[in-house]
Design a protein around this ligand. Structure first.
Ligand SMILES: *[C@@H]1O[C@H](CO)[C@@H](O)[C@H](O)[C@H]1NC(C)=O
Ligand SMILES: *[C@@H]1O[C@H](CO)[C@@H](O)[C@H](O)[C@H]1NC(C)=O
Ligand SMILES: *[C@@H]1O[C@H](CO)[C@@H](O)[C@H](O)[C@H]1NC(C)=O
Ligand SMILES: *[C@@H]1O[C@H](CO)[C@@H](O)[C@H](O)[C@H]1NC(C)=O
Ligand SMILES: *[C@@H]1O[C@H](CO)[C@@H](O)[C@H](O)[C@H]1NC(C)=O
Ligand SMILES: *[C@@H]1O[C@H](CO)[C@@H](O)[C@H](O)[C@H]1NC(C)=O
Ligand SMILES: *[C@@H]1O[C@H](CO)[C@@H](O)[C@H](O)[C@H]1NC(C)=O
Ligand SMILES: *[C@@H]1O[C@H](CO)[C@@H](O)[C@H](O)[C@H]1NC(C)=O
Length: 876
């Protein structure tokens, strides 16, 4: 049974285009899936429709699940059931939330429809449909394609699970500037499927159709399994030459200006790589970083200057100043990079200040060319834990020291970083932040990012339009232009009598100043799109709104006080006016189940915690009948890189929970790390326990005279966290005194010291006490309770104690945390994945499930763990 549930989950978690895997095979028949995408001058409008019919003789749940790019905004969603349309409406988030809350308080279940992945977001709706009924789902989204590494890319994730009679992906591209090439790529292509692709390209238009028949979709000639499972993408670029560097398009009084300069020599660049080598980087992450840096060094331009700042709580540099990228220096640097090993804490503040100072000194010493681009590339996988650790202070320090001179790019490795902190710091310093996903291709992601910024060809770029002709311009000043990308400016033409629209571009190249003039005949331009029937009339205005909203959202990252309110209002008004689901709006969908239910679709934000249950959860009940009991057993908990899923099952009920974006921790580090992590016997659930109280005296945590184990703990001065433990095993007797600076083991007349910073072990009296390379102290033994203690060096230093296997405790167990192991009853609430009541020896405690930071990843994998947080009060 368990196995079956897991299979179901795996199918669902990676899904993509409409599917229905919960209902019995073929009860719900997906008979069509259409993806229809139109791109006009880089602006893409995609409509996904799926039609399903319930072939069973009773009602069934139909599930529609789609992945869309993170950079897209949903603009419409609707479902049509037996001819009745249930449209979605876009509302201010607050208002949508109120409507949702009201529905919840009336006891109706409501659910959210989104979560995030690496490049994509997940949209998911399920609806109960009667026997022999039909449903049609439709989702529309829009995005402006960004040119990266010399191409634009449209990505579709495909996984219909069953064979689909009418399946097609159809893309029309219209680029008035001319099309250079169009490529299709797919991760699931076979010769048969390849024949289902037709592609035609002429001067300005391209058409791609992928329409596999049912037989072409089959994995084996008479099987029911589908080959369609993976990515289908289309990439293209437009034509450019030295005389056509600008593309100006005008529709309905709005213009967009695309600019890519002619082929120019590269500007030299001055790069300081600031690399985190704290303990958490050890192992694969450090290996991948070394691998990426060595490749980057191999590609570095000979005119460039560079240096490395490698940091943990100390700062190390390759050279005292920036050095030119001669062959000899590059080889020397490769040797240096090869030797970087990871240990210790994280002092981001000092590392960045060192990098800024290094660039400033090199400039003052006249080492760097005046026409060169200076940048700092920070790679970190964690929070600042050493030196200055207050995030705001670090941001202020860097901004003050840098004075906008050097672009700061912050690469956050994994999910243990505070992404918002990195993003804000990067945006305040003219750069940007990226997440590097912990995966087999992390080194490639790092190299990929470097390639994007490797070749600057222009600096101090300004695109200007005559006064009194335009308003509401998007950003038109740029620090540098990187080869392979594109500059985009959009705006409103206010002079409606204008014949000729002109633009002027000013910039600096490696040797001289560049001035370019462009002009466009407004009537002629307006005509370009008039005869293109499939292109919706006001797309440049929508493109302008899309770009403006993105820029407002970026400004919001570092806005303060009144500015925030005003920016939020502008963003909201634009989102509502143009019908975009942005972080300030929600799509409200009312669905016609037994009772009316409300669903909300919200835009996930990278690094942001969604803090109401509605958006943190998708709660489905896949059931034949109504639940008669709220008590259920949790059967499985699975962490994926970007969301936590749990599958819950009892008889014919399956509950699935997904919490979306992982949750960058709030700056109160110590409370994010639980002091104790426990797993109760016969439960797969984890408990994160914090003990409240102020006493400095020793607190009895575990006392089990029958099996002979005691654990006492002591807090540090002015700390809620425990900083030392006395652990005593009896029969035979072994005692441990564990503190943040020492570990002593006593047995018989012997004593032995272990050190947090050195691997080592002792095995007295049938116990095995060892320290591994990650500073985890584990105590194990045959028929003994196993205990792990980890030294956490966060803003404060403390000791986290974990008991994962409590099987060997007796029933006579006492002590503050020990009591949780003896006969604790667990009653789940109406939201079984969020809250519950613990009955601990007659005392009721309400507990919530959430994500907490995990330190001991050897014991429990994942930088975050999903656990029930239990707060215990120390008895006086
Ligand atoms: C539905 O069909 C199943 C078998 O296909 C049958 O056992 C069942 O009695 C039918 N139920 C109804 C309500 O007709
Ligand atoms: C959304 O789709 C529904 C159903 O097709 C349609 O009635 C409605 O007008 C659309 N809304 C917008 C804003 O396009
Ligand atoms: C270019 O291709 C489009 C469809 O892809 C077609 O409608 C159009 O007529 C073609 N134009 C020329 C000049 O061949
Ligand atoms: C702009 O183009 C239109 C149509 O092609 C033409 O009639 C008009 O003379 C042009 N205007 C100028 C100023 O060249
Ligand atoms: C928000 O902006 C709209 C129009 O731009 C304006 O009418 C409204 O008063 C503003 N609201 C707030 C709270 O500033
Ligand atoms: C171990 O600890 C217990 C309880 O604190 C104490 O009674 C005993 O003497 C200790 N034994 C050794 C060998 O230190
Ligand atoms: C162990 O460390 C303690 C204090 O750190 C010290 O007093 C003691 O002598 C050490 N014992 C041994 C055997 O090294
Ligand atoms: C003690 O535990 C460590 C780590 O789990 C292990 O490497 C070692 O082999 C164990 N030693 C004994 C004697 O069991």
């Amino acid at each position: 049974m368990d196995g079956q549930v897991l299979t179901v989950f795996l199918a669902i978690s990676s899904i993509i285009l409409p599917s229905n895997s919960f209902a019995k095979k073929r009860d719900i028949d997906i008979y069509s899936v259409h993806v229809d995408c139109q791109v006009s001058a880089r602006f893409a409008h995609t409509v996904i429709t799926s039609r399903m019919v319930n072939r069973a003789n009773e009602s069934r749940e139909a599930l529609f699940e789609v992945e869309l790019p993170k950079t897209a905004f949903i603009t419409n969603y609707s479902m049509t059931i037996d001819g009745v349309v249930y449209p979605g409406t876009i509302k201010e988030k607050k208002e949508a939330q109120q409507q949702y809350d009201k529905a919840v308080s009336q006891g109706q279940s409501a659910s959210l429809v989104k979560a995030t992945g690496r490049k994509m977001e997940n949209f998911e709706v399920s609806v109960n449909i009667a026997a022999a009924s039909k449903v049609e789902f439709e989702l529309i989204y829009e995005e402006l394609l960004t040119r990266r590494l010399r191409k634009y890319e449209l990505l579709f994730k495909v996984k219909p699970i069953q064979l689909v009679k009418h399946f097609q992906i159809e893309v029309h591209i219209f680029e008035p500037q001319g099309i250079n090439f169009v490529d299709t790529q797919s991760t699931f292509m076979t010769n048969e499927l390849f024949e289902a692709i037709t592609k035609s390209v002429n001067e300005t238009k391209a058409h791609v159709l992928f329409k596999p028949t049912i037989d072409q979709q089959r994995k084996s000639p008479d099987g029911e399994e589908s080959l369609l499972d993976g990515d289908f993408s289309i990439s293209y670029d437009v034509k450019r030459n030295d005389t056509s560097t600008s593309d100006l398009q005008i529709v309905n009084g709005y213009f967009v200006h695309y600019f890519v300069p002619p082929n120019l020599p590269k500007l030299p660049k001055n790069v300081v790589f600031v690399i985190d080598k704290s303990g958490s980087m050890s192992g694969r992450k450090m290996e991948q970083t070394r691998e990426a840096l060595i490749k980057i060094l191999s590609d570095i331009n000979p005119d460039d200057h560079f240096n490395f700042v490698i940091f943990n709580s100390e700062i190390y540099t390759w050279k005292e100043s920036l050095f030119p990228a001669t062959e000899e220096n590059v080889n020397d640097a490769k040797g240096y990079v090869q030797e970087i090993d990871a240990r210790g804490a994280t002092d981001i503040n000092e590392a960045l200040l060192t990098a800024v100072k290094m660039l400033t000194n090199a400039n003052e010493d006249g080492k760097l060319s005046e026409r060169s681009v200076s940048m700092i590339i920070l790679l970190t996988d964690g929070q600042p834990t050493s030196g200055v650790t207050k995030l705001m202070t670090i941001q202020q320090n860097i901004q003050r020291a840098n004075e906008e001179r050097y672009s700061l790019y912050c690469l956050g490795f994994g999910f243990d970083v505070d992404y918002k902190f990195l993003e804000k710091m990067a945006l305040e310093n003219g750069g940007l932040a990226r997440r590097i996903y912990e995966d087999s291709d992390s080194a490639l992601q790092l190299q990929g990012f470097y390639q994007e910024v490797a070749n600057p060809t222009l600096m101090k770029i300004r695109l200007q339009y005559p006064e009194n002709t335009v308003s509401e311009l998007t950003k038109n000043n740029f620090g540098q232009f990187f080869d392979g990308s594109e500059i985009v400016v959009a705006g409103h033409i206010i002079n409606d009598k204008l014949d000729i629209f002109t633009a002027e571009i000013k910039a600096q190249t490696h040797a001289s100043d560049l001035v370019l003039q462009v002009e466009a005949n407004v009537t002629k331009k307006e005509d370009t799109f008039k005869h293109e029937q499939y292109i919706f009339g006001n797309f440049i205005e929508r493109l302008w709104a899309y770009k403006t909203i993105f820029q407002l959202l970026q400004k919001l990252v570092s806005a303060k006080g009144e500015e925030t309110t005003s920016l939020q209002n502008q963003t909201l008004q634009l989102s509502l006016k143009y019908g975009f689901v942005t972080p300030l709006t929600s799509m409200v969908v009312t669905k016609p189940d037994d009772q009316e239910k409300i669903l909300l679709a919200n835009k996930p934000v990278e690094g942001e915690k969604e803090n109401f249950p509605g958006s943190a959860l998708i709660l489905h009940r896949h059931a034949k009948q109504k639940s008669s009991s709220q008590k259920i057993k949790l059967s499985r908990l699975v962490d994926t890189p970007n969301r936590i899923l749990s599958i819950t099952q009892e008889q014919n009920y399956v509950y699935k929970t997904i919490s979306p974006t992982i949750i960058s921790p709030t700056p109160t580090y110590d409370s994010d790390y639980p002091n104790f992590i426990l797993q109760l016997p016969n439960h797969n659930e984890l408990f994160c326990v914090d003990v409240k109280g102020e006493s400095q005296a020793s607190v009895n945590l575990v006392s089990d005279p029958d099996t002979g184990i005691w654990v006492n703990g002591k807090r540090g001065k002015e700390s809620e966290n425990f900083e030392s433990y006395e652990i005593a095993y009896m029969n035979p007797e072994v005692n441990l005194s564990v503190a943040t600076n020492s570990i002593m083991v006593h047995y018989q007349t012997f004593s032995h010291n272990l050190s947090w910073s050195k691997t080592g072990s002792v095995s007295p009296e049938g116990l095995n006490i060892s320290i591994d390379e990650k500073s985890y102290l584990t105590i194990t033994g045959d028929k003994k309770v196993a205990i792990t203690v980890s030294l956490i060096k966060s803003a404060k230093c403390f000791l986290q104690l974990s008991i994962i296997d409590g099987h060997h405790f007796s029933d006579n167990l006492k002590g503050l945390i020990g009591q949780l192991f003896s006969g604790t009853q667990f009653e789940l609430s109406q939201y079984p994945d969020l809250s519950a009541v613990l009955n601990v020896q007659g005392q009721k405690l309400s507990v919530n499930r959430g994500l907490r930071r995990n330190y001991n990843q050897a014991l429990i994998p994942g930088a975050q763990i999903s656990c029930w947080s239990v707060s215990l009060q120390e008895k006086q």
